[in-house]
Design a protein around this ligand. Structure first.
Ligand code: NAD
Length: 352
């Protein structure tokens, strides 16, 4: 299939890394001329050498994305080397694993600058040219954590979500000019970053790396980590001439890892009123949990529009997640849902 992007010019940020390198290669194989930017010039050059082995025209540029003051010079250099950017792939380095709480304001600011503001300002720099030429692609790679927050990646979960809102808003602003704007979400694609995170988790929890990666893999529908090429190829399609009607989307490249249908599951929880009078709320980690204090035995949390008690206990149950059930049995209450087949294991896994 001809992706109709031969001789277009792409800029791939973080292009020396696993995902960026794979995206750059997939684009290069389609005849795209690729500028590969990375904080590590060695990493950028490694990618460029690979691209050249495939006969592509490519250019490596050292670029620390946190340095907003460098944007003009870097883009001007790329324009002089290859020409104006038609395809921008926003892919930044990842923050260290951290909790969401107790991080210094300075840490938040630093990562906001390198992961969010940089992306927005680089896009601002190349957008006018794309709009004038009536053709452009802005593809921002974030993380599955923007849909299903990943424990101990507090900074990543929080900051990357802002790019989803930005991207969606931008898509409406420039769609008329032939510029598409989309988000891609990697689930677990086998790169150095994933190895690093698995190792960090194993160390933190006193487990082996094999055990951690086996557990991660078990949550993926296709039963394995992704190959970076599989990621790059989807991005190349989004960048293609064939994808002109695909904009404002968030595309999951996750092997089926993320289990929700919607991007946010705001009302996905159950309330259990125990026989001893205690009320407990359970939810998975994406849920907003509403405790309903009216003495009813148990039901899924209500949502706006389900005004009456009976609607909440019947109607909403069906309109929410069909494989999420709750039960009342005799003197105690128990519950389960699709990820929690055993009563005991499920409580640990799903409790907020
Ligand atoms: N691999 C996955 O499955 C996965 C999943 C979720 C999120 N992510 C995120 O996607 C991004 C890319 O992931 P990856 O797997 O390719 O990681 P990677 O570590 O292989 O590559 C990241 C690249 O970014 C570069 N970089 C880091 N800081 C930079 C900076 N300030 N300026 C310019 N370049 C910088 C690094 O030198 C490296 O080449 C990361 O932010 C990662 O957290 C990846």
């Amino acid at each position: 299939m001809d992706l109709q992007i031969k001789n277009k010019i792409a800029l791939v940020l973080g292009g020396g890394g696993g995902l960026g390198g794979a995206i750059a290669l997939s684009l290069a194989k389609e005849g795209v001329k690729v500028a590969v930017a990375d904080i590590s010039i060695d990493a950028a050059e490694k990618t460029v050498n690979l691209l050249k082995e495939h006969g592509a025209q490519a250019y490596a540029i050292q670029w620390d994305l946190a340095r907003l003051e460098d944007i003009e010079t870097k883009i001007a250099t790329i324009e002089a080397e290859l020409g104006p950017v038609d395809i921008l792939v926003n892919n930044t380095g990842g923050p260290p694993p951290t909790t969401a709480h107790s991080q210094d304001a300075g840490v938040w600011s630093t990562h906001f600058q390198s992961m969010v503001v940089s992306v927005i300002k680089i896009t601002d720099r190349v957008l006018p040219g794309m709009r004038e030429r009536k053709w452009g692609r802005v593809i921002t790679s974030t993380s599955s954590g923007v849909v299903s927050p990943i424990p101990n990646l507090g900074i990543s979960n929080a900051l990357r979500l802002s790019l989803v809102g930005w991207s969606k808003t931008l898509a409406k602003e420039v769609g008329n000019d032939g510029v598409t704007v989309n988000i891609v979400l990697p689930g677990r694609i086998a790169t150095g970053r994933i190895t690093f995170l698995d190792e960090a988790k194993a160390k933190r929890e006193g487990r082996s790396v094999e055990e951690v990666s086996k557990e991660s893999t078990a949550a993926i529908a296709v039963g394995r980590y992704g190959d970076p090429k599989e990621y790059g190829d989807v991005v190349a399609f989004l960048a293609s001439g064939l994808a002109g009607y695909l904009t404002g989307s968030t595309v999951r490249i996750d092997g089926g890892l993320i289990s929700s249908l919607r991007e946010r599951r705001d009302y996905y929880a159950i309330i259990v009123h125990r026989a001893n009078g205690a009320t407990e709320a359970f939810a998975d980690r994406n849920a907003v949990c509403h405790v309903i204090e009216d003495g009813y035995t148990q039901y899924l949390a209500g949502r706006a529009g389900c005004a009456s008690r009976s609607e909440r206990s019947k109607g909403c149950r069906h309109s929410l997640h069909t494989s999420f059930y709750s039960y009342q049995s005799g003197s105690d209450s128990w519950w389960e849902h699709q990820d929690c087949n055993r009563r005991d294991a499920s409580r640990k896994h799903c409790r907020l």
